[in-house]
Design a protein around this ligand. Structure first.
Ligand SMILES: Cc1ncc(COP(=O)(O)O)c(C=O)c1O
Length: 470
C-alpha cells in the first residue's frame, strides 16, 4: 500500500470514529479567546512534518476549539447539517479537485448541477420554468438578486452604465429579516439608509400594509423601489412573510421580488408544507440552503431565478481565454454569480438526494418538526415556560417564567440569559437566542441530522436542572 492509501484508511477511521462518538464531545467549545492561536507556532514549518504529528496536534490543539455542529444536541442558530453521503462526496470532490468555472472545465460538474437543481426545484414544487445554480451561501445569492434587480431596472428605464448612479434605489425587507440583506445592500452601494425595514405583524411576518406605505413614501420622494425581500422562515422565529400580498404589491409597482427561504425553503419537499410557497410564482428569485436543513454539508445554497437572461446580463463577462465552442449549448456557471472559480458542489447534493431518496428526506424533516412539537408540548405542561412565537417548523422560541418573577421583565431577561449560559457552558446542549418585543427569547432548533426524541428529554432535564439553580 502506498503511504497515501494507508493515511487515507487511517483518516477514514478518524472520520467514522468522530461521527460515531460525537456525543462524547461538549457541543460548544468553551476555550478562551487566543487559546488555540497561542498554541500554534508563529511561523510555518521549514521541514516537512509527518501526518502523525499533524494528527496529534489536531487532537490536542484543534479539537478542543471545535464547536460540534453535527452533535445531535446542537440546537442553536439554524443547523448546518451534514450526513454520511455528503461527507463521502466531499472526499471525492477534494480528490478530483475540479475548478468548475465553465462547462469545459468539467462538463459533468455543470450538467450534474443543472440536473440536481431541477430535481430539487421539482421536489419543492417551484415553477418548472425556473432555473437554478448552486451558490456558496444565501448571502451571495441575495447579493446576486439585488445586483440583478438593479441591472434590470437600469436597462429598462435609463441608459445602462450612464444614468445609473443618479438613480436612488430603495430595498424593502422586514425588521425580522436576516442581516445578510443589509450586507448585500451595503455591498451593492444602494446605501444602508435606503434599506426599509418594514414593520411586522404580531406573528413576526412582514406587514403588506406597512410595505405599501413605505413604497408610496419613496415614490413620492423620487426614490425608485428596487427590490423586496420576503422571507420564508425568518432567522429569529421562522416566520413566513405573506407572499401573495407582497407579490401583488411588487407586481403593481414593478419591483423585483426575492425570496429568502435560506432555512425553511427545503421544507416545501413535504406535501403538508407546500403552503409555504403559496404565492411563490410572483418571485423573480429564490434561495434555499441544502447546507442548513437538507443534510448537505456546508456550503451548498440553491439559488433559483425566473429569468436566467437577467442574471446572465448582470454577471456575464467574456474574455477571450474563457470562450469555448460549447458556449451556446451549455451552462457556464461562472456567469451565474460573483466568483469565477467554483467548487464541485453538485456532487454532494447528488449523493445526498440519491442516498436518502425523497421519501427519507421527507421522513427526516417530518421527524424534526414533530420533535419541536413534542418539546413545546412538554415545556408547556410545567406552566413555567412561555412560548413566544408560532412554531412553523422545527424551532421553538421560549423563555422560562418562574412564578416569583413572572411580571418583572428585566428580571426575566436576566434570568433567561443566565439559564441559557448555564446550559451552553455545560457542554450538553447548545442553544441560541433572539429578542422578541424586548423579551430575551431562547431558541431551540431540532434540525441536526441525528437528533432524536432522546435530545428532547435531555434538553428538558437540562432546562429543569439549570432553572433550579436559580
Ligand atoms: C433567513 C436567513 N437568510 C440568510 C441566512 C444566511 O445564510 P448563509 O450563511 O448561507 O449566507 C440565514 C442564516 O442563518 C438565514 O437564517
Amino acid at each position: 500500500m502506498s503511504e497515501f492509501r494507508t493515511q487515507l484508511h487511517q483518516l477514514a477511521d478518524w472520520v467514522a470514529d468522530y461521527m460515531e462518538n460525537i456525543e462524547q464531545y461538549p457541543v460548544l467549545s468553551n476555550v478562551a479567546p487566543k487559546h488555540i492561536y497561542n498554541q500554534l507556532p508563529p511561523a510555518m514549518p521549514i521541514q516537512a512534518e509527518s501526518l502523525q504529528n499533524i494528527l496529534r496536534d489536531m487532537e490536542q490543539i484543534i479539537m478542543p476549539g471545535i464547536t460540534h455542529w453535527q452533535h445531535p444536541a446542537f440546537h442553536a442558530y439554524f443547523p448546518a447539517n451534514s450526513s454520511e453521503p455528503s461527507v463521502l462526496a466531499e472526499l471525492i470532490t477534494a480528490a478530483i479537485g475540479a475548478q468548475c468555472m465553465v462547462w469545459q472545465t468539467s462538463p459533468a460538474a455543470a450538467e450534474l448541477e443543472q440536473r440536481v437543481m431541477e430535481w430539487l426545484r421539482d421536489a419543492m414544487g417551484l415553477p418548472r420554468t425556473w432555473e437554478g445554480v448552486i451558490q456558496d451561501t444565501a448571502s451571495s445569492a441575495t447579493l446576486c438578486a439585488i445586483l440583478t434587480a438593479r441591472e434590470q431596472a437600469l436597462n429598462q428605464e435609463i441608459m445602462p452604465n450612464k444614468a445609473g448612479s443618479t438613480t436612488q434605489f430603495a430595498v424593502y425587507c422586514s425588521t425580522e429579516t436576516h442581516s445578510s440583506i443589509e450586507k448585500a445592500v451595503k455591498i451593492a452601494g444602494i446605501g444602508v439608509n435606503k434599506l426599509r425595514k418594514v414593520a411586522t405583524d404580531e406573528l413576526f411576518a412582514l406587514s403588506p400594509i406597512a410595505l405599501e406605505a413605505a413604497i408610496v413614501r419613496d415614490l413620492r420622494d423620487g426614490i425608485k423601489p428596487l427590490c423586496v425581500i420576503a422571507t420564508i422562515g425568518t432567522t429569529g422565529t421562522t416566520a413566513i412573510d405573506p407572499l401573495p400580498q407582497i407579490g401583488e404589491i411588487c407586481r403593481q409597482h414593478n419591483i423585483w421580488l426575492h425570496i429568502d427561504a435560506a432555512y425553511a425553503g427545503v421544507a416545501a419537499i413535504l406535501p403538508e408544507q407546500k403552503h409555504i410557497l403559496y404565492g411563490v410564482e410572483y418571485a423573480d428569485s429564490f434561495v434555499t440552503n441544502p447546507h442548513k436543513w437538507l443534510f448537505t454539508n456546508f456550503d451548498c445554497s440553491a439559488y433559483y431565478v425566473k429569468n436566467k437572461q437577467a442574471l446572465l446580463r448582470t454577471f456575464e463577462i467574456m474574455p477571450e481565454y474563457l470562450k469555448t465552442d460549447a458556449d451556446q449549448q451549455v451552462n457556464n456557471y461562472r456567469d451565474w454569480g460573483i466568483a469565477l472559480g467554483r467548487r464541485f458542489r453538485a456532487l454532494k447534493l447528488w449523493f445526498v438526494l440519491r442516498s436518502y431518496g425523497l421519501e427519507n428526506l421527507q421522513r427526516k424533516l417530518r421527524e424534526h418538526i414533530q420533535l419541536a412539537q413534542l418539546f413545546a408540548v412538554e415545556i408547556q405542561k410545567t406552566n413555567e415556560y412561555e412560548i413566544l412565537a408560532p412554531i412553523h417548523f422545527n424551532l421553538v422560541c421560549f423563555r422560562h417564567r418562574p412564578a416569583d418573577i413572572q411580571n418583572n421583565e428585566t428580571a426575566l431577561n436576566e434570568h433567561n440569559v443566565k439559564l441559557m449560559q448555564r446550559i451552553n457552558q455545560s457542554g450538553k446542549a447548545f442553544l441560541s437566542h433572539t429578542k422578541l418585543n424586548g423579551k430575551y427569547t431562547i431558541r431551540a432548533v431540532f434540525g441536526q441530522t441525528n437528533v432524536s426524541e432522546q435530545q428532547v428529554w435531555n434538553l428538558l432535564a437540562l432546562l429543569k436542572e439549570s432553572a433550579d439553580m436559580g
